[in-house]
Write a protein that binds this ligand. Structure first.
Ligand code: ME8
Length: 513
C-alpha cells in the first residue's frame, strides 16, 4: 500500500487579503493532512502564494511600491494567519522564489521540446486606460468590466500551448478514472466542456513584465496559470529528482474551490501530459461561501476575517464550524448566528459537557486517577459503547477517503452521543453510594476515560488544540497524531493510574450579542 499522501491548497493571490474562503480550503487540507498522519502515512502538505501577473504589478504601481514589496507584505498576512489557525503545512511556496522559477522554466522547456509550444498572436479586447485584456465573455455590454469604458480588439504576440492536441487523451483519462474529478457533478461539467473540443492556450504575455520570462525570449513573461499550477511540482523539488519528488509526486489530491476547477482539470493535466509527467490522482472542488446570504466583497464590506473570528470565538470553533456546517463540495453560508448555534450545541453541550462530567466524576470518586481494571464490562451498555467506537472509526475512515469532513464529524458526534448516554445509563453517582459496586464503578469510569481518549484522537485532525487538551487532561502526552489512529481498533489502550485534571470548560457557551 502506498504510504505517502501529498495534498495541496491553491496558492492564493497576493492582491487580496486572506478571508474566510481561503481559510476554508486551507483548514480542510489541514484536517485531511493531520488525519492521514494519524493514520500513519507520510504526509506532505503544501500551500503558498501566487505572486506574479498584471494585477499585482498594477496594484503595486498604484501604491508606488515594487511588486515584490507588496507581495512580501501580503504573504506575511497569509503565513501569520496559518500559524494562528494551527495549519500544519510542510512548505509554503511562493512563486517569486528562485526554485519555483527553475521549475517553471524546466516544464516550459519540456513542453516546448515536445513540439507543443508555438509563437502566434493573442487577440482580445483591450482597455487602454486599465491596460488590461478582457475576453469577449468578460466584457460588460462590450465595455471594460472594471471601468466601463470602450475596449478595442488588439493583438499581441504570444506563445501558445497545443492544448487542442490533448483533448481526447484527457477525456479518456477522466472517463477511465472516476476519482480524478470530485464531486461527481463537477466531473460531469468538465466532461461536457472537454467534449466540446479544446482550443490552444495562450501561455505568454508581452504587455506586462511582472512574471517569469519565457526561456530564450525574455520579452515575454509566462502566463500566470502556467506559472501558478507548476507550484505543485516546485513544492516537492521538481525539476530535481529529489527524495520528496520521488516520494510524493503525483499528488494525491489538489483541493480547490469550484472557481478554479477548469484550470486544474483541463490546463494542468494537459501541461503534465505534454511534459511526460504523471497526473495528480484527484482534484476535489469544494463549494463557495457567501456571508449572510450575500457574495463576499470589499464594496459590501462583508469580508469575513478568519483571524478576527478566531480571536472572538476560538480557533477550533472556526475550524469545526466550517468543516461541519457544509457538506464538502456544496456551497455554504457564513453567519454569526449559525456559528454561535453550532458552538453552543455541538461544542459547549455535546463534547464540552461530556469531558467535564467525566473528569469531574473521576475527580470525585477516584481522586482524579484513571482506575486500573481487569476487564471492560460485558453489560449491554458496555458492548454497545465499544461497538459504537468501531462504527465511528470505520465511518470516519471512509468519509475521510472522499474527503467528506462533515460526514466524518457526524460520525464522531454519533460516538460522543453514545458516550453521553453511557454516562446517563450507568449512573456512576448511584454506583458510588454502594460499596459492593466499587468494581463496577471502576469499570464504567475507566470506559468513560477510554472513550475520551478516543474522542481526543478522533477530533484531533479537525480541532488539534482540543484533541491535545483532552489528552492532556487525561494525563496523556500531548500530540495525539502520528500513526495513532490504529490504537482505536481495540478497546482498552488507556493505561490505568494516570492522573487526570478537570480544567475549565472546553467551549464556554456564547451569547449572541
Ligand atoms: O485563484 N468560498 O487564487 P485566489 C470558498 N491564485 N472558497 C473560496 C472563496 C469563497 N468565497 N474565496 C476564495 C487563485 N476561496 C489562484 C490559484 S492555484 C495553482 C492558483 C478559496 O486567491 C478557494 O479555494 O483567488 C478558491 O479556489 C481560492 O480561494 C482562490 O484563491
Amino acid at each position: 500500500m502506498d504510504n505517502t499522501y501529498y495534498i495541496t491548497t491553491p496558492i492564493y493571490y497576493v492582491n487580496d487579503v486572506p478571508h474566510i474562503g481561503h481559510a476554508y480550503t486551507t483548514i480542510a487540507c489541514d484536517a485531511a493532512a493531520r488525519f492521514m498522519r494519524a493514520e500513519g502515512k507520510e504526509v506532505y502538505f503544501l500551500t503558498g502564494t501566487d505572486e506574479h501577473g498584471q494585477k499585482v504589478e498594477k496594484a503595486a504601481a498604484e501604491r508606488g511600491e515594487k511588486p515584490i514589496d507588496l507581495a512580501d507584505r501580503v504573504v506575511a498576512r497569509f503565513s501569520s494567519l496559518w500559524d494562528k489557525l494551527n495549519i500544519s503545512n510542510d512548505r509554503f511556496v511562493r512563486t517569486t522564489e528562485p526554485d519555483h522559477r527553475k521549475a517553471v522554466e524546466a516544464i516550459f522547456r519540456r513542453v516546448k521540446e515536445n513540439g507543443d509550444v508555438y509563437l502566434g498572436e493573442y487577440e482580445d479586447w483591450y482597455c487602454t486606460p486599465c491596460e488590461t485584456f478582457w475576453t469577449e465573455m468578460q466584457l460588460m455590454d462590450g465595455n471594460c468590466p472594471d471601468c466601463g469604458r470602450a475596449t478595442d480588439k488588439l493583438g499581441e504576440p504570444s506563445y501558445f500551448f497545443r492544448m487542442s492536441k490533448y483533448g481526447d487523451r484527457l477525456l479518456k483519462h477522466i472517463e477511465d478514472n472516476p476519482e480524478f474529478i470530485q464531486p461527481v457533478s463537477r466531473r460531469n461539467e468538465i466532461i461536457s466542456f472537454v467534449r466540446e473540443g479544446l482550443r490552444d492556450l495562450s501561455i505568454s504575455r508581452t504587455t506586462f513584465s511582472w512574471g517569469i520570462p519565457v526561456p530564450d525570449d525574455p520579452d515575454h513573461v509566462i502566463y500566470v496559470w502556467f506559472d501558478a499550477l507548476t507550484n505543485y511540482l516546485t513544492g516537492v523539488g521538481y525539476p530535481e529528482e529529489t527524495e520528496n519528488y520521488k516520494k510524493f509526486w503525483p499528488a494525491d489530491v489538489h483541493v480547490v474551490g469550484k472557481d478554479i476547477l477548469r484550470f486544474h482539470t483541463v490546463y494542468w493535466p494537459t501541461f503534465l501530459m505534454s511534459a511526460g509527467l504523471p497526473l495528480p490522482r484527484k482534484i476535489f472542488a469544494h463549494g463557495w461561501w457567501t456571508v449572510e446570504g450575500r457574495k463576499m466583497s470589499k464594496s459590501l464590506g462583508n469580508v469575513v476575517d478568519p483571524g478576527e473570528m478566531a480571536e472572538e470565538y476560538g480557533v477550533d470553533a472556526i475550524r469545526y464550524f466550517v468543516l461541519r456546517e457544509v457538506p464538502f463540495g456544496l456551497d455554504g453560508d457564513f453567519s454569526r448566528e449559525s456559528l454561535v448555534h453550532r458552538v453552543n450545541s455541538d461544542l459547549a453541550n455535546d463534547i464540552g459537557n461530556l469531558v467535564s462530567r467525566v473528569l469531574a466524576m473521576v475527580g470525585k470518586y477516584r481522586d482524579a486517577v484513571v482506575p486500573t481494571v481487569s476487564g471492560y464490562g460485558e453489560e449491554e451498555v458496555d458492548v454497545e459503547l465499544r461497538q459504537a467506537l468501531e462504527k465511528a472509526l470505520a465511518d470516519v475512515r471512509s468519509s475521510m477517503s472522499e474527503p467528506a469532513f462533515h460526514k466524518a464529524l457526524i460520525a464522531v458526534w454519533g460516538f460522543i452521543s453514545v458516550v453521553n448516554k453511557y454516562v446517563d445509563s450507568t449512573g456512576p453517582w448511584a454506583l458510588a453510594k454502594d460499596p459492593d459496586e466499587s468494581e463496577r464503578l471502576d469499570t464504567v469510569l475507566y470506559n468513560m476515560c477510554e472513550a475520551l481518549r478516543a474522542i481526543g484522537l478522533l477530533v484531533f485532525p479537525f480541532m488539534p488544540a482540543t484533541g491535545d487538551e483532552i489528552w492532556d487532561r487525561l494525563g496523556l502526552e500531548r500530540k495525539a497524531e502520528s500513526g495513532r489512529m490504529s490504537e482505536l481498533e481495540s478497546w482498552g489502550g488507556l493505561a490505568g493510574g494516570l492522573k487526570t485534571r478537570r480544567g475549565e470548560a472546553l467551549f464556554p457557551r456564547i451569547e449572541l450579542s
